[in-house]
Design a protein around this ligand. Structure first.
Ligand code: SF4
Length: 164
């Protein structure tokens, strides 16, 4: 199972196309979702979203999915939960300093991003801090409502000061 997951993740171009298609359809249907009510939509889609993402990405249900910006590699599988990586502790063999037998999630994210012509360049974006209040909620619904990109006051000024 783990080998199959790694194989799928190591071929991320198909995944990024699937993401782009799904996002477009989802956003196009927003008037319908809004009429239905986002709470109801969340109850309907979350079991499928969780199952698919856990199976393919070992998703930790953070509620603010940035997979397409991180080489279709879930950043929450980093033992430090880094949203911007890698940290300074990557071993010379590209493995994690916390779990030495594991390859660094961020090394893999960067390698995979190089195979992604659509979203690969987003690996260089600085990601805002997590809003842990969204943990356990549907990232797709949060994308529709904009909650996944709502950042704390002061963050944008900091990003502009240091450049993206
Ligand atoms: S970034 Fe969040 S929602 Fe996306 S796969 Fe990882 S834990 Fe799941």
């Amino acid at each position: 199972m783990i080998n199959l997951r790694r194989w799928i993740q190591n071929h991320p171009h198909f995944l990024e196309l699937l993401y782009r298609f799904t996002e477009r359809v989802f956003v196009r249907l927003d008037p319908l979702w809004s009429r239905l009510g986002y709470g109801r939509v969340e109850r309907l889609i979350k079991p499928f979203e969780d199952a698919a993402k856990k199976l393919i990405f070992d998703c930790r249900v953070c509620g603010q999915c940035i997979l397409h910006s991180t080489g279709m590699t879930c950043p929450m599988t980093c033992p430090k939960n880094l949203r911007n990586g890698p940290c300074g502790g990557v071993r010379v063999n590209g493995h994690c300093e916390v779990i030495p037998e594991m390859r660094c999630v961020w090394v893999e994210a960067f390698e995979r991003s190089q195979k992604m012509p659509v979203y690969g360049a987003e690996i260089r974006l600085i990601q805002p801090p997590m809003d842990w209040r969204l943990e356990g909620t549907s990232a797709w619904v949060n994308l529709l409502t904009g909650e996944d990109t709502a950042v704390q006051p002061g963050w944008q000024e900091g990003v502009e000061a240091y450049g993206r």
